[in-house]
Design a protein around this ligand. Structure first.
Ligand SMILES: [Zn+2]
Length: 122
């Protein structure tokens, strides 16, 4: 199965779910309150656009393969991931400096991984 779950975490700690398509290496942009909602929606997502200026920096997690995460931007009001749906570049680790750290996906689990898992198990 190439479509897997992922999630974003806003800076205030709010977590929302999305899906990640492993074959194309890209997230569908729509954000959902729950894992179940995310996994049951067939996303038409390419068309989702943010019409406001409320984008925020988020951390994005994909459970594809052994899991990895990176930084992107999302709009809470529009409920979409707006930037870096496709984590660009190869997965590098360890990182040499902060700018690499920003731009490249990191293998493994972000700090909020278990918080997200608890939400799935509810
Ligand atoms: Zn927006």
């Amino acid at each position: 199965m190439s479509r897997v779950f992922g999630a974003v975490r806003f800076k205030d700690g709010e977590i929302k779910f999305l899906t990640y398509e492993g074959i194309v290496g890209k997230c569908a942009p729509s954000l959902y309150e729950t894992y179940k909602e995310a996994m049951s929606c067939l996303d038409d997502a390419e068309s989702a656009k943010c019409g406001c200026d409320d984008e925020e920096e988020v951390e994005v997690y994909s459970s594809y393969a052994n899991g990895f995460w990176w930084r992107g931007r999302a709009c809470r009001r529009c409920g979409i991931l707006t930037d870096r749906l496709e984590p660009s570049g190869e997965v590098k680790q360890p990182f040499k400096n902060e700018s690499d750290n920003y731009y490249y996906p990191k293998l493994g689990r972000p700090d909020w991984y278990y918080e997200m898992i608890k939400m799935i198990q509810k």
